[in-house]
Design a protein around this ligand. Structure first.
Ligand code: COA
Length: 261
């Protein structure tokens, strides 16, 4: 499928989705959100793809937020809710993908860019990247789940400081806050993301999906229920051929060959 605003590549078992509007710093307009939904659905249902990388075109920006031209043209609360509804639909899809997602943050991750980054599993940022939720400066609040995902990652007080203040922070600060997992020189962002994707792709995809589900769903409930969910999913993991293979390979001192069953 040909896209206008994004590029989709398959490299072995890694899918790469690149937001490709560099002249607008990869701002998310409605058309781009629609294309991203299609790309996520396509790569999500492709069994040959074991990990997905998201990144931005150009050297300056991952995603500089929602497209402010479109935001300025919104005519009613209903229209605005429809606009963010599409964005939510995208972010929920990314969150629920059974494959691991890596955000290769090559520059500005502002507003919807920071929000899209937070919907993924692991964030690798360029030293030059900047993060923030500047919506308050536009007379808005974050509408792409930022008021919910940011406090879950960095804590309630820090999320309020960032959302109320509207300032951007450098990658090193984002790392300190737990908003990103790794910071590397700009030229190393994609190599680091590719290397991690390859490593994750070598694991059993069925076990990877169970681990992701246990963490994501467990974090949204209390500790006891989360632990119960883990025990059930551990049972499912133990029933797979990949568990038989993984444990046997260890005992036979060889590398496991996982089949995703
Ligand atoms: N929506 C629409 N267009 C955007 C955009 C956005 N979120 N962010 C940047 N652009 C456009 C600019 O309008 C400009 O377009 P033009 O060349 O047609 O005038 C182009 O991208 C380059 O941006 P510019 O502002 O000239 O780059 P800069 O290096 O001076 O500043 C930023 C970079 C990221 C600091 C600045 O673009 C910015 O503050 N963007 C908005 C961030 C934001 O508020 N995001 C949240 C939206 S809810």
């Amino acid at each position: 499928m040909a896209f206008q605003n994004i590029l989709v590549q398959r490299e072995d078992s890694t899918g790469i989705i690149q937001i490709n509007r560099p002249d607008k710093l990869n701002a998310l307009n409605k058309a781009t959100v629609g294309e991203l939904i299609q790309a996520v659905d396509e790569l999500g249902s492709d069994v040959s793809i074991r990990a997905i990388i998201f990144t931005g075109a150009g050297e300056k920006s991952f995603i500089a937020g929602a497209d402010i031209e479109e935001l300025s043209a919104l005519k009613s609360p209903v229209e605005a809710m429809e606009w963010v509804g599409a964005l939510h639909s995208l972010l929920n899809r990314i969150d629920k993908l059974e494959k691991p997602t890596i955000m290769a943050i090559n520059g500005f991750a502002l507003g919807g860019g920071c929000e899209l980054a937070m919907s993924g599993d692991i964030r690798i940022a360029a030293e030059t990247a900047r993060f923030g939720q500047p919506e308050i400066n536009l007379g808005l609040i974050p509408g792409g789940q930022g008021t919910q995902r940011l406090p879950r990652l960095v804590g309630r007080g820090m999320a309020k400081l960032l959302i109320f203040g509207g300032d951007a922070i450098p990658a090193a600060e984002a790392l300190r806050l737990g908003l990103v997992e790794q910071v590397v020189p700009a030229a190393e962002v994609m190599p680091a993301a590719r290397a991690l994707a390859q490593k994750l792709a070598s694991k059993s995809p069925v076990i990877m999906a169970l681990a992701k589900k246990a963490i994501n769903e467990g974090m949204e409930t209390d500790l006891q229920r989360g632990c119960e969910l883990e025990a059930v999913l551990f049972g499912v993991a133990a029933s797979t051929e990949d568990r038989t293979e993984g444990t046997r390979a260890f005992l036979e001192k060889r590398k496991p060959i996982f089949k995703g069953r």
